[in-house]
Ligand binder design. Structure first.
Ligand SMILES: Cc1ncc(COP(=O)(O)O)c(C=O)c1O
Length: 363
């Protein structure tokens, strides 16, 4: 039997995830991993201790509380939302998928403001939506008129990443507000990096019934391996998302661990401040380095352009990799010719990255 004949058309057309290039098989201790915007400034031992506590409290013979109820309780108490306004998923990746599953009909228009996080496009394709690309302005600001021009009669979905991955900037608050106010459809504001930024729009959910805000524990809390993200929105949006979600979508350890992490917010806040300080220091160092130009960032990573003649971003990425430093080449994306994204790590990691980069530029 030809399996291809059985596979859904949308899947047949999807590119495979290139796991090997993202997760090299040989990942030894020496490697400085600054390619996936993880939070390496939180010592692993601190998180291990929280994890052990979470494990001790958990009875893994039993199914976890449905729809992450323990995590929902902790998140809504911490942020001051009603429980009916919060939904947790297995990473914000899963929240993105659940939103598509709930709201995408065939040919629903999905506006994606490029360059941005590739999963918005991936899930649009997977669920058979019609992707409409709107570009950022060359200075990476949000082109409000261009977005609203695409907001036609047909209800649509819009993804706004705030701060934006991979450009690193957070759009003007008034621009985002205007878009949420005037867009004919659901607006998803992905705040994965918001703890490193200037403002959050979660408070707007009472004001706008078409707004969904996504947050994650993967970045500020350094818990990417645990997989817990959440959506904040009005009750009716949350109610429909709940309908498409299997009951045990978040494991018990993750649920308890994020509750413990929130109890220790003061510690995480200090580490966020440290990353923000390191980000500014690293950006200054890059600004003084011949052959590269960094962009301002409101996140835990920095985008920079290689300006040394004859040197491409993919070559620099490869040469850094040979020196055990992993960064993300973004040179293929629109507006980002010759650009590389580097995660802000500890001071030691950032210094090791800068010296490897200087070697590559001077070669
Ligand atoms: C903008 C953005 N949204 C969502 C995610 C996924 O986060 P999670 O680990 O919660 O799935 C990422 C991960 O890098 C991201 O950059």
């Amino acid at each position: 039997m030809k399996i291809e004949k059985l596979v859904r058309k949308e899947i047949y057309e999807l590119p495979s995830y290139d796991a090997e290039s993202v997760f090299p098989k040989k990942l030894d201790e020496k490697i400085i991993k600054l390619d996936l915007n993880e939070n390496l400034a939180i010592p692993s031992d601190i998180l291990k201790e929280l994890l052990l506590n979470a494990c001790q409290e958990a009875d893994v013979r039993r199914y976890p509380p449905p729809h992450g109820a323990v995590a929902v309780q902790a998140i809504s108490e911490f942020f001051g939302f009603d429980k009916s306004e919060v939904f947790v998923g297995n990473g914000s990746d899963q929240m993105l998928e659940l939103i598509m599953k709930t709201f995408l009909r065939e040919q629903t228009k999905v506006l994606v403001v490029e360059p941005t996080f590739p999963l918005y496009t991936y899930f649009t394709q997977l669920y058979g939506g019609e992707k409409v690309t709107v570009f950022l302005r060359p200075d990476f600001s949000l082109d409000v008129d261009a977005v609203l021009k695409e907001s036609g009669e047909k209800p649509s979905l819009l993804f706004v990443c705030s701060p934006n991955n991979p450009t690193g900037n957070q759009f003007e608050e008034n621009d985002v507000k205007k878009v949420v106010q005037e867009f004919n459809g659901l607006v998803v504001v992905d705040e994965a990096y918001v703890d490193f930024a200037r403002y959050s729009v979660t408070d707007w959910i009472g004001e706008f019934d078409n707004l969904v805000v996504l947050r994650t524990f993967s970045k500020a809390f350094g818990l990417a391996g645990v997989r817990l993200g959440f959506a904040v929105s009005n009750q009716s949006v949350i109610k429909y998302i709940e309908r498409v979600t299997p009951p045990f979508n978040v494991n018990i350890i993750a649920q308890r661990l994020v509750a413990l992490a929130l109890q220790n917010w003061n510690y995480f806040k200090q580490r966020i401040k440290y990353i923000v300080r390191e980000r500014e220091r690293l950006r200054n160092v890059l600004a003084e380095t011949d052959g590269v130009v960094p962009f301002p960032s409101d996140a835990n990573f920095i985008l920079f352009r290689i300006t040394r003649e004859g040197l491409s971003s993919s070559t620099v990425r490869d040469k850094l990799r040979n020196r055990n430093v992993l960064v993300k080449d973004k040179g293929y994306a629109p507006l980002l010719e010759n650009c590389i994204r580097v995660t802000v790590g500890t001071r030691e990691m950032n210094d090791a990255f800068v010296s490897a980069l200087k070697e590559v530029l001077e070669e």
